[in-house]
Design a protein. Structure first.
Length: 120
C-alpha cells in the first residue's frame, strides 16, 4: 500500500513539473519575424553626419572612410591601418581615424539626432 501511494505521489509530481505548461512543446515565436516593432540595432536607426552644412544618413557600424568621403571630406592617408593618425578627424567631439573606424551609433540627444554629428 505504501509503495503504490509513493509511486502515485512521484508520478503526480513529475507530471506537474514536466507537463505543467503545454506551451513548452509548441514552437517559439521569433520576434524578428512576427513583430512589427523595429529591433534594436536595425537599419531604421541611422546616424546623421554633417560637414559644411551638408547632412547625410549613415548606417551605424558602416565604414567611416566611405561616409566622410561621400560628404566631401578628404582626409590625408598614410598607412591606412590606423597606426599613423594622419587621417584623424573629429566626429561629434571624438577623435576618430576614418581608415579603420566605423560610423558611431545614433546619438541619444534628440537635438544631435536632428542636427547631426559634426565632422571637423
Amino acid at each position: 500500500m505504501k509503495t503504490s501511494y509513493f509511486i502515485f505521489v512521484v508520478a503526480a509530481v513529475l507530471s506537474a513539473v514536466c507537463f505543467h505548461d503545454a506551451t513548452a512543446f509548441q514552437p517559439t515565436k521569433n520576434p524578428s519575424r512576427n513583430s512589427n516593432k523595429p529591433l534594436k540595432g536595425s537599419s531604421l536607426h541611422m546616424t546623421v553626419l554633417s560637414y559644411n552644412g551638408k547632412k547625410k544618413d549613415f548606417k551605424p557600424g558602416s565604414p567611416l572612410k566611405s561616409a566622410v568621403e561621400s560628404l566631401g571630406v578628404k582626409p590625408k592617408y598614410s598607412c591606412r591601418k590606423g597606426d599613423c593618425a594622419s587621417c584623424q578627424l573629429t566626429v561629434g567631439g571624438q577623435r576618430m581615424r576614418p581608415c579603420v573606424a566605423k560610423v558611431p551609433p545614433e546619438p541619444r540627444l534628440k537635438s544631435l539626432q536632428e542636427k547631426g554629428l559634426e565632422i571637423k
